[in-house]
Write a protein that binds this ligand. Structure first.
Ligand code: HEC
Length: 154
């Protein structure tokens, strides 16, 4: 059992994450990914990320909303959650592929995690309600932007 307050934080965090809209199972928006040695080495859909866009998305409560649960070197935002580990220096601790897997589908590392899989396979998702059905939380481009930003945090 996790303490009750985690659920209220989780609820607040998740309710402000908007579904990306693009991806449907088997549709054009979703690119399959492959895990090897707890990493996804290939960029999603072969896209290249932009670290400045990734930083903005991490702080955006309607985007990744990573700050709801993580402390990050984004000093202009006052609120940083502490549900997840701080992400300072994450680029020195993990490879790019390890960071990508953690954003795409943290449940592959820890099945009990409360961190949402931001690009988990929509065809395998359960407990997805209404507007989230068949969609990923973030687009492949948004995930790659975040990966590039986190890799830069040394
Ligand atoms: C609802 C809370 C929540 C949100 C929102 C969230 N995370 Fe997490 N995250 C966690 C938790 C908790 C962990 C610890 C892993 C576990 O649960 O086993 C984690 C782990 C991680 C890790 C691995 C850190 C380490 O030191 O092992 C990375 C990287 C990460 N998150 C990135 C992100 C990014 C980027 C976003 C925004 C797109 C995000 N997280 C949004 C809760 C969250």
């Amino acid at each position: 059992m996790r303490p009750w307050w985690i659920d209220s934080i989780l609820c607040a965090a998740l309710s402000s994450i908007a579904p990306s809209g693009g991806a449907a199972p088997g549709g054009d928006g979703y690119c399959a990914w492959e895990v090897q040695d707890f990493a996804i080495d290939q960029p999603l859909c072969g896209l290249r990320g932009d670290p400045a866009r990734g930083r903005a998305l991490a702080a955006d409560s309607h985007g990744g909303n990573c700050l709801a649960c993580h402390q990050m070197p984004i000093d202009e935002e006052a609120f940083h959650g502490t549900v997840g580990p701080p992400l300072h220096g994450i680029g020195a601790r993990y490879s790019e592929g390890q960071i990508r897997l953690r954003i795409v589908d943290e449940q592959q590392i820890n099945p009990m995690t409360i961190m949402p899989g931001f690009y988990s396979d929509p065809a395998k998702a359960n407990r997805m309600a209404g507007e989230y059905w068949g969609k990923t939380f973030l687009t492949a481009q948004q995930v790659e932007d975040l990966v590039t930003y986190l890799v830069s945090l040394k």
